[in-house]
Design a binder for this molecule. Structure first.
Ligand code: PEP
Ligand code: MG
Length: 565
């Protein structure tokens, strides 16, 4: 087909890895949406159009409700939301008004939905992700009106890899993992509904793949949901070798039980990010050696009033008791922006830019008592459980803030550190380290602030990718400051959950990696297959790159050579 990708002339297409696993199969694509409807030049008969419109909406809503009834778990919830959106009074009223004014049903549908999609997109975050649902409803209603086949995925007869711009929840939820063995999309981020459903179904998945639009149905591709690649028409023997390699890696995973070391015994502590005592106890079932980040704000997300010192001490002691004798790093409240706490008054709900507003440690400047009471509670929890937790402050921007926090924490007998999440703090990491005992790089926020891209935006997922060389350059700078000062520097953002990136961070000589407990085993097993020299070379190669995709590819090339001393 003209314009389609020709065989074996391309390297892999790169995207954001979401569900690990390697699969080799032909591509299928969803049935196209109906073409856009032009505006009519002569007014239509409002009564006839209203009848057509109501009938089409009725059919579409009924089909969607039927799909919701057949699905289970989060998929059923997502489908129920889409079905409810199909009969949402607001857009139906907007379309009916247009029909009453003489617009044909197709045009009224397109116009009404476009208006709401613009509002949702403007709201950003999770609301913006609903635009796909709205457009899906527009396409389904339009197809019904014009007699076009129902848009979406036709289940294949044999195992296939589904490639699409993005999937509607209605299509994603009903994928059969026995037949759709891989999933790649041009749009969407790691939190998009496609990603959520792929995780639920365990279908290897890569999102935000640039260049995927040119891959025609029927093309043989190799998808790698760990590296985030789609290889077009690879040599079949090479594809089989890749699948065998992935299978033996998966088998090795099952046996890896820690602690974190490279193949040549370079030690890296592998820790868990947890939200409360229950999560900490669950993390003890993984090879995590301790807790690298207790997000204390998540313990009290729904509290209407500030928890008392006793309540706080009880919650923190639960976490300390889950890892007796192990390392536990407690972060003081990171309130504001995406994590508003009802009892923290200093975070303004009227801020124009909450991510750049009074959040994290900045709250303490306005309400010193809040931090004082929390540090008292942490010290009490330490006493109750006989542990020696480390404490760190979020969103530190200057050495003066670090000094202030350190003084207050030391007054409670606690070992102080700070998170490096703001580029200004990364740039002055050496001066910040003069005041504190350790640093922990929060790559989620560091990527957001370095790239000036909202971490909640699926549309900007490629920019907030922690493989962005600018983000890596700042992490390397922080690691160097730690090495020079002889103080520990860890990472606790999502970057530490990516086995390949974990090797790069090890090469920069970060001393600990803390991630979602579910990711610890894969990270540890990967580290055990590489030497420190390889990790250093991988870090150097990634740092010398000009894009996230190039950095990932360069690091993968180094790390996939056999172990080298
Ligand atoms: C981070 O920003 O990387 C981090 C670990 O903190 P949070 O995700 O809680 O903002
Ligand atoms: Mg953060």
């Amino acid at each position: 087909m003209p314009g389609m990708t020709s065989p074996r002339t391309h390297g892999p297409l790169w995207g954001v890895p979401v569900v690990p696993g390697v699969r080799y199969a032909p591509v299928i694509r969803p049935e196209a949406a109906p073409p856009p409807v032009p505006a009519a030049s002569t007014p239509a008969d409002p009564d006839a159009e209203a009848t057509r419109f109501e009938a089409a909406v009725g059919v579409v809503a009924e089909r969607l409700r039927g799909r919701a009834a057949r699905a289970t778990g989060p998929a059923a919830e997502l489908l129920a939301v889409t079905a409810a959106l199909a009969t949402d009074k607001a857009w139906l009223a907007a379309a009916r008004t247009r029909i009453a004014g003489g617009a044909p049903a197709e045009w009224a549908t397109a116009e009404a939905i476009a208006g709401f999609a613009e509002i949702f997109a403007g709201l950003g975050g999770l609301m913006a992700e609903r635009v796909t649902d709205l457009n899906d409803i527009r396409d389904r209603v339009t197809a019904e009106l014009v007699g076009w086949p129902e848009p979406g995925v036709t289940p294949p007869d044999s195992p296939s890899i589904l490639c699409a711009d993005d999937l509607s929840p209605a299509d994603a939820a009903l994928l059969d993992p026995a037949l759709v063995v891989g999933l790649a999309t041009t749009l969407g981020g790691p939190t998009s509904h496609t990603a959520i459903i792929a995780r639920q179904l365990g279908i290897p998945c890569v999102v935000a793949v640039a260049g995927l639009g040119g891959v025609a149905a029927g093309t043989m591709v190799l998808i790698d949901g760990t590296r985030g690649t789609v290889l077009i028409e690879p040599d079949p023997a090479a594809a089989a070798a890749e699948i065998a390699r992935a299978e033996s890696e998966a088998a090795a995973l099952a046996y890896w039980s820690g602690p974190g070391v490279t193949a040549d015994d370079h030690r890296v502590e592998l820790l868990a990010n947890v939200a409360d005592g229950a999560a900490a106890r669950a993390a003890t079932a993984t090879p995590a050696e301790g807790v690298g980040l207790l997000r204390t704000e998540l313990c009290f997300l729904h509290a209407g009033a500030e928890p008392t010192v006793e309540e706080q001490a009880g919650a923190y002691a639960e976490v300390l008791r889950a890892f007796p004798g192990g390392k536990v790093v407690i972060r003081t409240f990171d309130a504001g922006s995406d994590k508003p706490l009802a009892f923290v008054g200093a975070t303004g709900s009227d801020e124009a830019n909450p991510a750049l507003g009074v959040r994290g440690y900045r709250v303490s400047a306005a309400d010193r008592g809040l931090l004082e009471r929390q540090l008292t509670a942490i010290a009490r929890a330490a006493e109750q459980s006989g542990a020696a937790p480390w404490v760190m402050a979020p969103m530190i921007a200057t050495p003066a803030e670090a000094a202030e926090f350190a003084e207050q924490a030391r007054a409670h007998g606690l070992s102080p550190g700070v998170m490096i999440e703001v580029p200004a703090a990364a740039l002055l990491a050496d001066r910040i380290l003069a005041h504190v005992d350790f640093l922990s790089v929060g790559t989620n926020d560091l990527a957001q602030y370095t790239m000036a891209a909202d971490r909640m935006s699926a549309e900007l997922a490629a920019l907030t990718d922690p493989w962005q060389p600018a983000v890596l350059a700042l992490v390397a700078m922080v690691a160097r400051a730690g090495r020079d000062a002889g103080k520990p520097v860890g990472a606790c953002g999502e970057a530490a959950a990516d086995p390949l990136l974990a090797c790069v961070l090890t090469g920069m000589e970060l001393t600990s990696l803390s991630s979602a407990p579910a990711a610890v085993r894969a990270v540890g097993a990967r580290l055990a297959t590489v030497s420190l020299a390889q990790c250093r070379d991988a870090a150097e190669a990634a740092l010398a790159s000009s894009s996230a995709a190039e950095a990932r590819a360069a690091a993968a090339a180094v790390l996939e050579q056999g172990i080298r001393e």
